[in-house]
Design a protein around this ligand. Structure first.
Ligand SMILES: Cc1cc2nc3c(=O)[nH]c(=O)nc-3n(C[C@H](O)[C@H](O)[C@H](O)COP(=O)(O)O)c2cc1C
Length: 223
């Protein structure tokens, strides 16, 4: 299994989120997965300009790394999104990536991939953030297998409690197991199917303005 993870912290590989993500990837790699981590610094994926080029042409007009990150995700089987909890939500770096995926969402282009979310915070309250990330994954067509948050204020100085370490490795393992067995989590599948109907209706309604997306659904997702 090939996994791409996006690490959306300004502290990059030296931060808390990177350390938790590493444990998740350790769990996945122990099951034979190959993982690549892309650090989203502020200028890797810039904010969306709302120009609609993605809907019309299938490509973003901004000149940064977004298209190459997208290609790497297309070539992978799994996508792990990792962010610090910034004011009860994802970091601006991850939100910029999510916004840039507007065309991906309309086309549900990550269909068939498995996903997971990883969040660290100072004081906790991470569940709404992992849920938000997993909801995003569903709207891209991916199936999330779970999310993990860790409040650093209650972690030991040397890193994470054994319970969190175990939960992280288990999440990585679950990701690989789900892909290997083609598991379809019922709740995620229900949400994904409902969203698919919504996107089909939207893209059909806008077929004149968004020819790329209309063509995508017609050719690849059997309208
Ligand atoms: C701008 C900013 C906003 C933050 N907002 C929250 C928050 O709402 N709740 C919380 O518990 N911690 C918050 N924190 C703390 C970080 O989530 C926490 O330190 C996290 O582990 C940092 O991860 P990193 O080392 O990977 O960047 C915030 C930190 C910053 C810099």
């Amino acid at each position: 299994m090939k996994i791409v993870s996006l690490l959306a912290s300004p502290h990059g590989l030296n931060g808390n989120t990177a350390a938790l993500l590493r444990l998740v990837l350790d769990g996945a790699e122990a099951e034979g997965a190959k993982a690549e981590t892309i650090v989203l610094k502020g200028d890797t994926v810039l904010p969306c300009l709302g120009c609609d080029a993605c809907h019309k042409k299938g490509r973003c007009a901004r000149k940064d790394d977004f298209e190459s990150v997208k290609e790497k995700i297309f070539a992978a089987d799994g996508l792990v999104l990792a962010s610090p909890n910034y004011i009860f939500n994802v970091s601006a770096q991850l939100k910029a990536f999510m916004d840039r995926c507007c065309g991906v969402i309309h086309c549900m282009s990550f269909w068939g991939k498995y996903g997971a979310s990883v969040v660290t915070s100072g004081g906790g309250g991470d569940e709404p953030v992992t849920e938000y990330i997993n909801h995003f994954l569903v709207t891209t067509g991916a199936l999330p297998v779970g999310g993990l948050g860790a409040a650093m204020s209650v972690m030991p100085d040397c890193g994470f409690t054994e319970e969190v370490r175990e939960a992280a490795r288990e999440l990585g393992k679950r990701l690989v197991d789900a892909w290997r067995t083609k598991m379809v989590p019922p709740q995620a599948e229900k949400g994904r199917n409902e969203f698919r109907e919504r996107m089909l209706a939207l893209v059909n309604y806008r077929k004149e303005e968004w020819p790329y997306e209309f063509q995508h659904w017609k050719e690849r997702m059997s309208v």
